[in-house]
Ligand binder design. Structure first.
Ligand code: TYM
Length: 334
């Protein structure tokens, strides 16, 4: 039985990278009729300091973004992580299963901690064990993510296998990452060798789901590119990361293959391609932005949806975590 789980951190606004690499694909999985559970991981967000009011706002805004993009809270479970205590409980068990050496090899930790790893939170280090708990509290079989989360899913598999092995059970599934489509790694609009990220200091480097049509068009028109016309095949884009990124973004937005996009625009100058991309992006993203701001008019309704999702999530995760306590030998007598 296929069960999908995935999460997004509400540690900033949603970007085009989150949308194309994750959210758009979450909607597709839901629409295929698969059981889908989606989580705003507020506990992951605080591994780096968050202003409490902003965190609350960004969590609601991310929920609004999910719904505006097509997540239907009646068909998918949509909730924020901290409302379901199973995540924190299982994360502790996994802290005792995962090895220090495994965590030290996580490239996201190394990137985020930088040279000053003495002064980052313990939570940032343990982050992937909480992520494994998110997934395995539901015994999820498939996790759609962007390319940057691949290593964390591999760690989740290692934790599941070590748990099963240590306790001589066949309890947790070995989860598959689902990394599909033309935009599994959307790059910065200012530097095609860097990932588009909500934490980049330059707002010009990313498209935010809250950007209005003018802003979206302006950012694509100003996106960094070289001055060569587009080639007639993908091979011709080797060594041209900025151009390659824009082709991938176009492909993902238009639901075409990058090959088909390059065939359509073979020989075109960026003076032609960028406005076409800007128009396409506005056409696809503006309705989402508009719907999002409408939904944000009623924060109480968003909180209600998250609470209802949390109750449904808890009903799945609670018995699984109770079984885990039993497997590891903890007395449960009330
Ligand atoms: P986060 O919040 O950084 O990103 C959420 C999702 O968006 C994808 N993504 C991108 N995809 C393509 N191009 C980009 N530039 C880009 N930037 C982000 C990410 O790959 C991710 O799929 N650790 C996770 C959150 C998490 C989670 C989970 C995910 C917590 N628990 C359980 C799956 C399952 C994270 O920080 O994602």
């Amino acid at each position: 039985q296929t069960r999908i789980f995935s999460g997004i951190q509400p540690s900033g606004g949603l970007t085009l990278g989150n949308y194309l690499g994750a959210l758009k694909r979450f909607v597709q999985k839901q629409d295929e009729g698969i059981e889908t559970i989606y989580c705003l991981v507020d506990m992951h967000a605080i591994t780096t300091w968050q202003d409490p009011e902003k965190l609350r706002h960004q969590t609601r805004e991310a929920a609004a973004g999910f719904i505006a993009a097509g997540i239907d809270p009646a068909r998918s479970i949509l909730f924020n992580q901290s409302q379901v205590t199973a995540h924190a409980e299982l994360a502790w068990i996994f802290n005792c299963v995962a090895r220090m050496g495994w965590m030290s090899r996580m490239t996201q930790f190394k990137d985020k901690a930088g040279k000053n790893s003495e002064n980052v939170s313990l939570g940032l280090y343990a982050y992937p064990a909480l992520m494994a708990a998110d997934i395995l509290a539901y015994k999820a079989t498939h996790v759609p993510v962007g390319e940057d989360q691949k290593q964390h899913i591999e760690l989740t598999r290692d934790i599941a296998l070590k748990f099963n092995n240590d306790y001589k059970v066949n309890f947790f599934p070995v989860t598959e990452p689902v990394i599909e489509g033309a935009a599994t790694r959307v790059m910065s609009l200012r530097d095609g060798t860097k990932k588009m990220s909500k934490s980049d200091p330059s707002d010009q480097s990313r498209i935010n789901l809250t950007d209005d049509a003018d802003k979206i068009a302006q950012k694509f028109r100003k996106a960094k590119t070289d001055s060569e016309p587009l080639p007639d095949s993908l091979e011709g884009l080797a060594g041209r990361p900025d151009a390659r990124n824009l082709i991938n973004v176009y492909a993902a937005l238009a639901e075409m293959t990058p090959e088909a996009v390059i065939t359509q625009y073979a020989g075109a100058q960026f003076g032609t391609f960028k406005p076409a991309l800007a128009d396409l992006a506005v056409e696809k993203l503006s309705p989402i932005t508009t719907k999002m701001s409408q939904l944000m008019q009623d924060p109480g309704e968003i909180d209600r949806i998250l609470g209802e999702g949390a109750a449904r999530a808890d009903a799945i995760a609670r018995p699984i975590v109770d079984q885990v306590y039993d497997i590891v030998g903890m007395i449960r007598s009330r």
